[in-house]
Design a protein around this ligand. Sequence first.
Ligand code: CTP
Ligand code: CA
Length: 231
Amino acid sequence: MVVSAGGTREALDPVRFLGNRSSGKQGVALAETAAARGASVTLVAAHVEVPLPEQDGIEVVRVESALDLQAAMTVLADSADVVVMAAAVADFRPVDYVETKIKKSHRTAADGTEDDSAPTLQLVRNPDILAGLVRERGSRRRPLIVGFAAETGDTGHSVLELGREKVARKGCDLLVVNEVGRSVTFGQDDNTVTVLDRDGGEPVPLGPASKTVVSHGIWDVVAARGDRSWT
Ligand code: CTP
Ligand code: CA
């Protein structure tokens, strides 16, 4: 199986990037628990703030940007039984990568005067990796595809309503929805999630519990859905 974890980093120049608050803890816990249950796991790790596992049964592939992650996932998903997209993928990346460090001020070419104006960042959308994996699977049964949804909710919609919309839009088999905020979930050891099944059925609430316990709950839902011997 293949599990992606952590936050992608979208480079602006050699020293700067656009990133996010994902710690990668939930994705790493998923890889560790799957291996403990007998699975052979490839962990595709973007930026993670916890030690990467070194146990038997887990192979680690490092990536940085969303495009790197897409390239790795596309190849690995082809021969996987289960794919979990727990990574926090940047929705946008800078249009241009500047090869040398962007300076605070620079001399204009026109008359050589100092230009102290702030640059404007131009962004372009990253591909939706999860939706792409669903598309590439086509009518095949495998891999089972599990997405994550980080939601804050908004004035008109609850976190769960947004999750239901997302599972329909993405077409993944299962969607693990968690509520996020500045300190809720990101970087924490505990998590509270709800697992939604694209094909209906009751949502499965998990937690509040450690990310390890939540991971086992997610694998139980995966096991209940299929014929995996390792679960
Ligand atoms: N995802 C992805 N590729 C992207 C963005 C997200 O594969 N470019 C995956 C994430 O890994 C996660 C799922 O899609 O499994 C949902 O991510 P989320 O950010 O919640 O959804 P988005 O579709 O990006 O929508 P929005 O951020 O607007 O809520
Ligand atoms: Ca997003």
